[in-house]
Design a protein around this ligand. Structure first.
Ligand SMILES: Nc1ncnc2c1ncn2[C@@H]1O[C@H](COP(=O)(O)OP(=O)(O)O)[C@@H](O)[C@H]1O
Ligand SMILES: [Mg+2]
Length: 210
């Protein structure tokens, strides 16, 4: 999760799910629906059985997205419909894995309340090292803390390797840093094949988490 958009929540949640032994990845960003775009599942429809929504299976990851219900058309969900749609996706999905990764929309309101209602989650908050992003994300961290949750902070695009040197485009940062990898863009649509430095760092982060 993050209070900010465009910081890498969808990429990181995808790489997290791919780094776990078996995981269900639930796309709760019901307006953006980025997960099917990252995995090349656009236009695919979920099967529905007596057990509920059958996830798409990609390698070790079971994926559920509203995109698989509306065939990747955009949806307009006024007011409280967003929260109830998010809740329904979780409630009706056939989850058969020990780990569930939720990719959230940006924000610090309903998104968190929905998760609180249905699960005892571990919050992983994503930011970039940009001071604006960090300041906005600090609201979310405070909010989570008031609700009794200690979040882990991932600072995405914190540094990059140039000619053997580590460059920090935004300067120093606080939290677990992930590199900026220009090659990642080539894996949009087949993120499951990405084995680069961001994936390695996400794996390292998960090992420390569990
Ligand atoms: N570490 C990274 N290195 C290079 N590109 C990245 C990295 N993290 C994210 N991106 C790119 O930034 C864009 C936004 O990422 P996304 O995961 O969709 O953000 P969010 O879900 O927070 O809106 C995407 O084009 C993605 O490929
Ligand atoms: Mg996203």
């Amino acid at each position: 999760m993050s209070a900010k958009g465009g910081v890498g929540k969808s990429v990181i949640s995808s790489l997290m799910a791919l780094s776990l032994p078996r995981a269900t990845l639930i796309d709760l960003d019901v307006h953006a629906m980025a997960i099917p775009k990252l995995f090349g599942l656009e236009g695919r429809l979920h099967e529905v059985t007596s057990k509920g929504i059958e996830p798409f299976r990609v390698k070790n990851v079971a994926i559920v997205s509203l995109s698989g219900i509306v065939r990747d058309r955009f949806v307009v969900l006024p007011g409280g419909n967003v929260a109830s749609t998010m809740e329904s996706i979780i409630a009706f999905s056939d989850i058969d894995t020990d780990y569930v990764v939720f990719d959230l929309p940006p924000g610090l309101g309903d998104e968190v309340l929905v998760l609180e209602r249905v699960t005892d989650f571990v919050p992983v908050v994503v930011t970039t090292p940009s001071r604006v992003s960090r300041k906005v994300v600090d609201y979310l961290l405070k909010y989570l803390e008031e609700r009794g949750k200690k979040a882990k902070v991932l600072v995405n695009m914190a540094y990059m390797e140039c000619d053997g040197k580590t460059v920090k485009p935004f300067g120093d940062y606080e939290g677990f840093g992930l590199p900026l990898d220009p090659d990642l863009e080539n894996y949009v649509g087949r993120i499951q094949d990405y084995e680069g430095p961001v994936r390695a760092k996400v794996g390292e982060f998960l090992s420390a988490l569990f």
